[in-house]
Design a protein around this ligand. Structure first.
Ligand code: NAD
Length: 249
């Protein structure tokens, strides 16, 4: 019997990167996963490659789309056991030079997105005594130059996780977060030139110094799978750091 046998799972932003790795690992461990992304082509490619149960796309900033996609996933799967709020964006800018529009945009994706998805999924998760895994970041724990608004969104997501967990405890629904360090995805590739310009240190050296190596999307999927599984039934309201020791130093 596999760790996630029979779990019915919906993963936002799972056309690429960490979300795709989560969709794949969960499928490999016996779950039935519905892939979802703002990029419909990426979602279809990922779902075909993984052997996912289906696709239900949404832009997480659009509440009506999120509600429709969650309902589509529930219809496809016959219910919902796990919501993974993975969709997220980065904005690299000195905080006080950032435009107010881009500040609103990153909040809409990284905070409001998980909020509306949790609201849409709640009746289904209550019915199944399911759980939520929110993909936060170590940027939600410590500050990082150039990532000010991103740090603020991830701190907000950790707080949403805590409060939702406490409020949902009587229903049996668990809510947890994972906080990765730098992982090998397109998001980090986009950040490298600005980090190198700001620090004058080759990004590879910075990573080696701070966290040993880049995380892999699979490193993060492993922790998400544990939290989503019945091995973690006493764990709720937690945020799990996986960063090769970056925040320990
Ligand atoms: P990525 O950019 O490689 O992939 C993100 C995916 O989300 C893409 O498929 C994209 O199309 C989708 N997406 C973007 N905006 C969306 C929207 N509005 N609605 C629906 N889907 C949308 O990013 P990643 O590195 O895989 O990051 C995934 C999550 O992990 C994010 O929440 C990110 O903040 C978090 N995270 C990443 C790292 C890292 O080092 N890569 C570290 C910590 C946390």
């Amino acid at each position: 019997m596999s760790e996630l046998d029979g779990k019915r799972v919906f993963v936002t932003g799972s056309g690429a990167g960490i979300g795709k790795a989560i969709a794949k690992l969960f499928t490999d461990r016996g779950a039935r996963v519905v892939v979802s992304d703002i990029d419909a082509d990426a979602a279809k490619r990922a779902a075909d490659e993984i052997g996912a149960a289906g696709v239900a796309n949404c832009d997480v900033t659009d509440e009506a789309q999120v509600q429709a996609a969650v309902q589509q996933a529930v219809d496809l799967l016959g219910g919902l056991d796990v919501l993974v709020n993975n969709a997220g964006i980065e904005i690299s800018s000195p905080l006080l030079q950032q435009s107010t529009e881009s500040f609103d945009k990153i909040y809409a994706v990284n905070v409001r997105g998980p909020f509306v998805a949790m609201k849409a999924a709640t009746p289904h998760l209550v019915a199944s005594k399911g759980n939520v895994v929110n993909i936060a970041s170590i940027a939600g724990i410590g500050g990082s130059p150039l990532l000010g608004s991103y740090c603020a969104t991830k701190a907000a997501l950790i707080q949403l996780t805590r409060v939702a967990a406490v409020e949902m405890r009587p229903t049996g629904v668990r809510v947890n977060a994972v906080c990765p360090g730098f992982a090998d995805t397109a998001m980090v590739e986009r950040l490298v030139p600005d980090f190198e310009a700001a620090t004058q240190i080759p990004f590879g050296d910075l990573v080696a110094m701070k966290q040993g190596r880049l995380g892999t999307p699979e490193d993060i999927a492993e922790v998400a799978a544990f939290l989503a599984s019945d091995r973690a039934t006493w764990i709720t309201g937690s945020h799990y750091v996986l960063d090769g020791g970056l925040t320990a130093s």
